[in-house]
Design a binder for this molecule. Structure first.
Ligand SMILES: [Zn+2]
Length: 205
């Protein structure tokens, strides 16, 4: 017996659907019996099916900007900015604090500015993907992703403002320097969790 998650199209094999979808976290009730091409191997002469019914459709029939966002994968592309740069910022701030190197704190500040500038694209494209590809389903995984996105954005804004207010916050004389490192660790962890959940949707296991 095969079951399909109506939110993310994940296929489960078993007597009953899983309690929660392992990909998107949807409830058991969101599963329906899967009646697709069960075990039908494509003939050699056949071209691979254009629509894979076990994955959310690439082509949701959306026109204009939302269609472009989905077709060209703007969300997974744009999340490379926070996921790539935030770990660098954390290392820089840790170095600035431990070794009392002011320039590393300044470098982290400029990098955070760049990430903050990319966040509207990340959040907007993520919202479009959720709304159109996953029908705006409010599963635990999506809620966790929204929460992490909010923590990252608010954390970045706080980190940028902090540097403007106190450019010496990472120096050995600053009483707040470990709070600074800790705050940046929170941003790093939140970005990591959001990326990890995103990976589940992309790689589907
Ligand atoms: Zn699912």
């Amino acid at each position: 017996m095969k079951w399909q998650c109506t939110v993310c199209k994940y296929i489960h094999t078993g007597e009953e659907p899983p309690k929660n979808c392992p990909v998107c976290g949807a409830d058991q009730k969101k599963f329906v019996p899967y009646t697709g091409e069960q075990g039908a191997a494509p003939k050699k002469s056949e071209k691979p099916a254009r629509s894979d019914k076990t994955k959310p459709s690439r082509d949701t029939g959306q026109k204009g900007w939302p269609g472009m966002v989905l077709k060209h994968h703007l969300h997974p592309m744009s999340v490379h900015v926070p996921n790539g740069v935030i770990p660098v910022c954390f290392v820089f701030i840790a170095l600035a604090t431990v070794l009392d190197l002011y320039n590393f704190y300044r470098a982290a500040f400029y990098n955070y500015l760049a990430v903050l500038a990319a966040m509207p694209v990340v959040l907007h494209s993520g919202y479009i993907e959720w709304k159109l590809r996953y029908g705006g389903a409010l599963t635990a995984r999506f809620i966790a992703k929204f929460f992490c996105g909010g923590v990252v954005t608010a954390g970045l804004a706080a980190a940028v403002i902090w540097h403007i207010v106190d450019p010496a916050a990472a120096s050995a004389e600053s009483p707040h320097r470990w709070i600074l490192v800790l705050g940046n660790a929170v941003i790093l962890v939140a970005a990591g969790i959001a990326g990890h959940i995103g990976g589940k949707f992309v790689f589907r296991d």
